[in-house]
Write a protein that binds this ligand. Structure first.
Ligand code: ADP
Ligand code: MG
Length: 701
């Protein structure tokens, strides 16, 4: 593989830059050969401007310099063949309602049959004597047959070199857009516009400073990347397949830098405009609180609290993400943070993702704070005391996120704490940040966020990490078992219950799904579990239950009257019942690893040994391997990295994806080095604390 040519094209003046940028932003319809109809079809692919077209990423590439002979095609392997049509025909059957269209190709070595079912109009596209490419896999060898292959008719003419004897891009298409036409359009557009694709600010800036600050090895130094124009060219028409990845990384870097630039300038603007409320605290409440707590803070908790205290007394409102694995003791940190604000004479709000969790926090905080003379109030859907404004001087308000979304106004709000951030979503956080008088913000999450995602999703937050568990924690042993072992598992759980312990039994869904009868519905399963665990009392908890019902069941479980709790994944977040030592998860393969890890955090909360049993009949090797990871490690970060690799970022962050950035070229699971580099590069452009115009003269004006 030839090294990429280091080529950064400096631009001459900001004026020319704006001009060329606007040319790339012309509508595609302005291109020769694109009428209103084709423009409408391109729009369906998200292509509106010339730039969109140039960044339309090929779905795959076809090396048309070398072909397999038809006689060499192997069954089941995707391959491209090329041949002349020697016969074609449409057969109709079932009274004409069904059809099969068939082509027979010959390349001199053998014949290939291509079939399309129920697409009679295919007939129109081909004629005997045409030469065609087909891409697909053999489903039969006698005769050699492909079903529904992708095809492209070779045409002569002056443009044929675009499609032949090269590595040809194959694009995502939509109905009515021929592959060949789109490829020709991209080619012609590149010819016309490639020279106008300029280097972004950061690249120009980076080339002026020859050595990278971080001292990271040359790999991500800007000079080792091709120019943006060259990368755009290569992503469509690479000389070698290896070019594609080189080009992709360059274009991904541009995306990451742009995102980091936005994050950093937003942060700068925020810091320039928002003054921090003085919430540093004087220990008046904290001292007695810690004295009565019954345990000492871990080193990690104390360290994080020092970071938080510095923020609360600082010039700008705190924007901090607190990461700590399940059971690491984030709640106590939240309590101390709230006390600092309260000492400063401000009110504080704590938001939880579910009512159960809000109620649990309410109980803990009341117990902790009322002896200190601090009022704690619960505000959530069912328990809202009244619609009117809260009494003044109430100290801590606890609720679900509805608390903030309902426009509920808290006077002298100095601090907002969001527990279990991953259930809230970036968009919601943004809304919250904009609200009110810039209270300090502490976001807590037990989702171990891999660094790549952290830097992109939470790049605007400072991060604190609780990397140490409270002492005297029992180990959690994890086992993956097939359903045929269930009788033994139930016996084991009965023994645990007989010894005074409690158990969670978790199912994936609330309601029956008639499409997937292997999904056991929790309501129906309740009877089975009752039978399996008789005579012990088994309770039920799921998301469709009324708040009061849920609270009653949880109260029974906390009091150890309900001995086992059959639940949906609802229990995942934050529920703290230290006496529970068994977690049984059915259909475990349906959960993400991170979610299972969090479920597992429900047990092992006291000194006793606990047991997590994952039941799965997943036949597929990959699903089993995934679950094995949980048997092997309890390190949340390792689990999250593995989940990210195996299932992609969407799964990991589940419901919060709405706010996650989308990349054409960037890959959050692979591009950690680029994301790190992008962060540094963006800092050079935005400026380190200085107003952005000082860092780059071209940005002045
Ligand atoms: P999470 O980080 O998952 O929210 P919690 O805050 O619910 O964890 O803490 C889990 C359990 O550990 C709670 O019962 C809490 O009282 C206890 N705990 C927290 N900090 C300590 C500590 N420093 N020493 C002993 N136990 C602690
Ligand atoms: Mg918690």
């Amino acid at each position: 593989m030839a090294p990429p040519e280091p080529r950064i094209t400096p631009f001459s003046s900001p004026v020319r830059r704006d001009e060329t940028a606007s040319r790339l932003r012309q509508p595609v319809a302005s291109l020769w050969g694109v009428g209103a109809e084709r423009a409408a079809r391109l729009a369906r692919l998200g292509i509106f401007t010339v730039e969109d077209l140039l960044l339309h990423r090929p779905r795959r590439y076809e090396d048309r310099r070398h072909f397999k002979k038809i006689s060499e095609l192997a069954k089941g392997e995707p391959a491209t063949a090329r041949g002349h049509i020697v016969a074609q025909g449409l057969k109709r059957f079932r009274g004409g309602s069904k059809s099969v269209f068939e082509l027979v190709l010959d390349d001199g070595s053998a014949r290939l049959h291509c079939r399309w079912w129920n697409l009679p109009f295919m007939e129109r596209y081909f004629a005997v004597g045409d030469e065609v490419f087909v891409f697909g896999r053999l489903v039969e060898t006698r005769p050699r047959t492909m079903d529904h292959p992708e095809t492209e008719v070779l045409e002569g003419g002056e443009e044929s070199f675009i499609h032949l004897a090269r590595i040809a891009p194959v694009y995502p298409l939509t109905e009515g857009l021929p592959q060949r036409w789109l490829r020709g359009l991209v080619w012609r557009t590149l010819e016309k516009f490639e020279a106008q694709i300029l280097e972004p600010e950061w690249a120009v800036e980076a080339c002026r400073s020859p050595v990278t600050k971080s001292g990271s090895p040359g790999e991500t130094h800007p000079a080792t990347f091709p120019s943006r124009a060259n990368a755009v060219h290569r992503i469509h028409f690479p000389e070698e397949i290896a070019d594609v990845e080189i080009a992709r990384r360059r274009l991904a870097l541009d995306e990451f830098v742009e995102l980091q630039r936005q994050i950093q300038s937003r942060r700068r603007r925020f810091q320039a405009s928002a003054r921090g409320l003085p919430c540093g605290g004087d220990n008046r409440l904290m001292k007695p609180f810690l004295a009565r707590l019954g345990f000492n803070l871990t080193g990690a908790q104390a360290k994080v609290l020092r970071e938080i205290r510095a923020d609360l007394g600082g010039a700008h409102p705190m924007r901090r993400l607190l990461q700590g694995d399940v059971g690491s003791g984030k709640t106590v940190v939240a309590a101390c943070t709230a006390l600092m604000a309260l000492e400063g004479g401000f009110n504080a709000a704590l938001m939880a993702p579910t009512e159960i969790l809000a109620a649990q926090h309410f109980r803990n905080f009341s117990r902790w704070f009322e002896p200190l003379g601090v009022k704690v109030e619960l505000q959530s859907g069912n328990t809202k005391t009244s619609g009117s404004a809260p009494p003044p001087h109430a100290g801590l308000f606890i609720g679900t996120h509805a608390l903030i979304e309902s426009g509920f106004d808290i006077p002298r709000l100095g601090l907002v704490i969001i527990d279990e951030q991953h259930k809230f979503g970036v968009a919601q956080r943004e809304r919250l940040v904009r609200k009110g008088n810039y209270p300090h913000l502490l976001v807590m999450t037990a989702t171990p966020i891999p660094r790549t995602l952290g830097l992109t999703l939470y790049g605007d937050l400072d991060v604190s990490l609780i990397d140490e568990s409270p002492p005297d924690r029992g180990r959690v042993k994890t086992f993956v078992r097939a359903t045929d072992k269930l009788p033994l598992v139930w016996k084991f759980i009965r023994e645990q219950l007989a010894a005074g312990r409690q158990a969670f039994v978790v199912y994936p869904r609330v309601e029956d799904q008639d499409t997937a009868n292997d999904v056991k519905a929790v309501t129906r399963e309740l009877e089975n579990v009752r039978r399996a665990l008789a005579p012990f009392h088994v309770g039920l908890l799921h998301g469709r239950m009324k708040g009061a019902e849920k609270e009653a069941v949880m109260a029974g479980f906390r009091a150890n009257q309900v001995r086992a709790l059959v639940a949906t994944a609802l229990v995942e977040v934050g529920v703290d019942v230290p006496n529970a030592t068994v977690l049984l998860v059915e259909n475990a393969e349906r959960f993400g690893l991170v979610q299972l890890h969090q479920l597992r955090g429900r047990i092992g909360r006291a000194a006793r040994e606990s047991f997590c049993i994952l039941i799965s009949d997943a036949k597929n090797e990959e699903a089993r391997r995934r679950l094995k990871i949980l048997e092997e490690t309890t390190d949340g970060f390792k689990i999250a990295e593995a989940d990210l690799k195996l299932r992609g970022p969407g799964e990991l962050l589940g419901r919060l994806q709405s706010g996650a950035p989308k990349f054409r070229f960037g890959n959050l699971a692979e591009d950690l080095d680029l994301i790190r580099r992008a962060r540094e590069l963006a800092t050079q452009v935005v400026g380190d604390g200085a107003p952005s115009s000082a860092a780059h003269p071209a940005l002045k004006k």
